[in-house]
Design a protein around this ligand. Structure first.
Ligand SMILES: [Zn+2]
Length: 441
């Protein structure tokens, strides 16, 4: 019979912060419900969209049609091969809910949907009520509205249709590590009600996050950097799967300590409905996406899994002197690179210069096609605006000349707040980099 999937996510919550702040929910999930928590679940891109896109499409954003706002010829997100479309084709009822319309993953930087993407879509509701900074709407906590919406969806279709529900809470955990503890009792009530009420008999429950803390005091520590890369990801299998396919639980448990990623979550969601995506990049070597219901090899590397050096939590880094020539070269290169990105908007954004290098480290030198290279990860502060950036720069040496390239994303590890408001409407891709010439910040 058809297996339903319910996903319940919390923004910016590392595995360890979930354990710290929601210990009773963690216990209930793991001990009573038998959740498997993936300890090697590693992000593959920046921010929420950098998690949702691979998880729901199996692709990097760069592999899909351009859906960025304010870009020429960009399309609506409707063109994305989102996995819920496959669920819908199989007769599933579908739901997509996010609580902060201003921060919505497919709308903040991307163009959003032209047509309603799922049978149940909460965005109009949040637009209709006043999106204030409060955690409640009138007398009801907003997170309770999110929990109820998911639960009512599950119950409404219980006897008629299988379900795919994807609910994601941002407000409660986006800006502060600690506030999420306020949801614990309500989360426990939700889990208990669903589990003890036998409403999850044919349903896989995924409680998860997109990434850990992306900015703030904690993010300035090594611990914070690791936690950003290792979000919470837990999977509860229904008894029907455990009984009929005992190897699935065994494989999932063995994968808990292997390197995994949002691409594997995609393969897992596809596996549930037996969907094989003909558009996925053909593996030239080990597959990038492996269903978590099959065995992930123990010797899997970040490269195998499609995890860029910048995001890989497995690498061994060695500190190098931040004032040394290598670090300074890389830092100056990074500033030039960022200035080049904002170059078309010099009338709006300041040119940045290097204030200092706060941290620098190098990975073991290696070679690719006979060319020696070193990856350097660096944290810098620029002025004006005191932005903190963290980037990984790929350095090859040839004929005595260093050639530098920025690998994948640049992380902005302190809050930009209103610093880049002037560029928001012109090019939201530059929010991380632009320090506006206006004095509104
Ligand atoms: Zn996020």
């Amino acid at each position: 019979e058809d297996i339903s999937v319910l996903m319940l996510g919390f923004d910016s919550t590392s595995r360890l912060n979930f354990m710290r702040k929601l210990p009773r929910a963690y216990d209930y999930l793991t001990k009573t419900m038998g959740a498997v928590v993936l300890q090697g679940y590693n992000i593959v891109g920046d921010a929420t969209a950098g998690a949702f896109i691979p998880m729901l499409t199996g692709h990097f954003e760069s592999e899909l049609p351009n859906v960025q706002r304010k870009k020429k010829n960009s399309q609506f997100v409707d063109v994305y091969p989102l996995i819920w479309k496959q669920y819908k084709k199989k007769g599933y009822a579908t739901l997509f809910a996010e609580d902060m319309p201003g921060f919505a993953a497919f709308n903040l930087r991307l163009k959003g949907f032209k047509e309603q993407p799922t049978d149940h879509y909460m965005r109009p509701f949040w637009h209709a009520i006043d999106e204030g900074p409060t955690f409640c709407y009138r007398s009801v906590p907003k997170h309770v509205m999110m929990f109820d919406y998911l639960k009512e969806f599950q119950l409404a279709y219980e006897s008629s249709r299988p379900r795919f529900g994807f609910t994601f809470l941002t407000q409660i955990s986006h800006d502060d590590l600690n506030i999420i503890e306020l949801v614990e009792q309500d989360l426990l009530d939700l889990l208990r009600g669903m589990y003890e009420g036998r409403h999850l008999e044919d349903t896989i429950l995924v409680v998860f996050s997109d990434h850990g803390p992306r900015y703030g005091n904690m993010r300035e520590t090594l611990q914070g950097k690791m936690e950003e890369r290792l979000p919470f990801m837990s999977i509860v299998l229904p008894d029907s799967i455990k009984h009929n396919h005992p190897e699935v639980l065994k494989n999932l448990q063995s994968n808990a300590e292997k390197l995994s990623s949002p691409f594997d979550m995609y393969a897992t969601l596809a596996d549930v409905i037996g969907h094989h995506d003909p558009h996925l990049p053909a593996p030239n070597g080990p597959p990038r996406a492996i269903s978590l219901f099959t065995k992930i090899p123990a010797n899997r590397t970040c490269q195998d899994a499609g995890i860029e050096t910048h995001w890989c939590a497995c690498l061994q880094w060695k500190s190098i002197p931040p004032e040394g020539s290598v670090a300074m070269n890389v830092a100056q290169f990074l500033v030039r690179h960022i200035n080049a990105l904002t170059e078309p908007y010099t009338s709006l954004c300041h040119r940045l210069s290097l204030l200092n290098v706060t941290h620098a480290e190098a990975a073991e030198p290696d070679d690719q096609n006979g060319i020696a290279y070193t990856d350097v990860q660096i944290t810098i502060v620029t002025t004006p605006g005191q932005a903190q950036f963290e980037a990984t720069v790929h350095m090859t040496q040839r004929l005595g000349n260093n050639s530098l390239t920025v690998t994948s994303d640049i992380s902005r590890i302190n809050k930009y707040g209103h610093q880049s408001d002037c560029v928001l409407d012109q090019n939201p891709e530059l929010r991380k980099y632009c320090f506006c010439r206006t004095d509104k910040h």
